[in-house]
Design a protein around this ligand. Structure first.
Ligand SMILES: [Zn+2]
Length: 377
């Protein structure tokens, strides 16, 4: 909330129109001298983070977007289309185990029903949490934007991986975004005395979980671009002298290739099914999210690369392994593009996250010039 208020103050101090929708997305609008009725050119990202997260994931894109708007306004550069800076709410949302909630809502991909279904560890629904935060989730429908109601969307983000740094290149142009399939597996074994239950009479839920974790890792390694992570394993009752009767696993599968992602998903689920017979357990799979990988627009990719060339900045085209708000915006805008800058050691979702400010400066220049171009189309 403090970070949001900080951003809101900056938007108002710089004389932009402020709009906050019912679910908490923050908009800064600059439309001085624009032609009426033109679709807006948007730039944005998010300022929320993960527990113990760093300073740049998301925040870089919002601050760079704001800087671009301020520069364009101060220089009195003529624009035909309005410029919107969007700070998407709940992009990370580790608490509700679903990512990019704000941009999913405005693009009509996440409805009211889901706000009631998504619950945190304490059983509080996202709907309740939003209401308590002073938002109006019951009016979610008013926050949905019409398909193709935006002209374009650009986002600058840290790479969150090691490719740019290893290549010694300051700015990356993103070709496509991998999408995560996320689900929770609840394994029901049988809690028994750890001393009195013979090995062949057990149904150990945590043992089953360990096989699944290793299988997920192995299946992903056998694919070209896929990654698989089991981010948590909670065992019950979770004491030393009881065979674990229940285990919960959080699974996150990603790929930029849709077919390969579906294969990986199926492979892992088939494995769990077979394993349940072998190790004598039952299980449930709770679906958390299923996003589709997206290709970013040729138009945006070419424009960003042209603007970089004009500024004498070398770029590299690369896919994004992490999900971003931009993937949801492809429903709202025909031109969607993303820029990456390296982060030190590829480290992200970690307080040690660091960037080189010269890279951020270069990328923000490209971003600003591309926004000016788009807003005159
Ligand atoms: Zn992010």
């Amino acid at each position: 909330m403090e970070a949001r208020n900080f951003l809101i103050n900056l938007i108002e101090e710089n004389g932009f129109k402020l709009k906050i929708d019912n679910v908490g997305n923050i908009f800064a609008i600059y439309d001085d001298g624009c032609e009426p009725g033109k679709k807006p050119v948007c730039v944005g990202s998010h300022i929320d983070s993960v527990p113990n997260g760093g300073f740049y994931d998301g925040t870089l894109g919002v601050m760079a977007g704001l800087e671009a708007l301020i520069s364009i306004k101060e220089a009195g550069i003529k624009i035909k289309r309005p410029l919107w800076l969007i700070n998407f709410c709940c992009e990370e949302s580790s608490r509700f185990k679903t990512a990019t909630i704000g941009s999913k809502i405005i693009s009509g991909k996440l409805g009211l029903q889901r706000l009631h279904e998504l619950k945190d560890e304490d059983g509080i629904s996202l709907f309740e949490a939003m209401s308590k935060f002073g938002l109006e989730p019951q009016n979610l429908n008013d926050s949905i934007l019409k398909e193709h109601s935006l002209h374009s969307y650009l986002e600058l983000h840290i790479e969150q991986g090691p490719v740019l740094e290893r290549s010694g290149i300051s700015v990356g142009i993103v070709s496509g975004i991998a999408a995560p399939i996320r689900f929770e597996i609840i394994i029901h074994g049988k809690a028994d005395h750890s001393g009195a239950t013979p090995m062949n009479m057990r149904s150990d839920a945590l043992l089953a979980a360990s096989h699944i974790i290793i299988a997920a890792n192995k299946f992903a390694k056998n694919k070209k671009t896929a990654v698989a992570t089991v981010g948590y394993a909670h065992a019950k009752p979770g004491v030393l002298n009881v065979v674990p009767g229940e285990a919960r696993l959080g699974v996150d599968l990603r790929d930029i290739d849709k077919v390969s992602l579906e294969e990986l998903n199926l492979e892992l689920r088939n494995f769990i099914k077979e394993l349940s017979g072998e190790l004598n357990f039952s299980y449930e799979i709770r679906e958390l999210s299923s996003d589709e990988p997206v290709k970013l627009s040729e138009h945006a990719i070419n424009l960003l690369s042209e603007e970089a060339t004009k500024l004498g900045i070398k770029t590299l085209t690369l896919p994004s392994g992490a999900g971003h708000d931009a993937m949801n915006l492809t429903k709202l805008a025909s031109s969607v593009g993303m820029l990456f800058i390296p982060c030190v050691g590829g480290i992200s979702h970690n307080i040690a996250e660091a960037i080189n400010f010269d890279d951020a400066f270069k990328a923000t220049q490209i971003l600003t010039n591309a926004l000016i171009k788009l807003s005159n189309e």
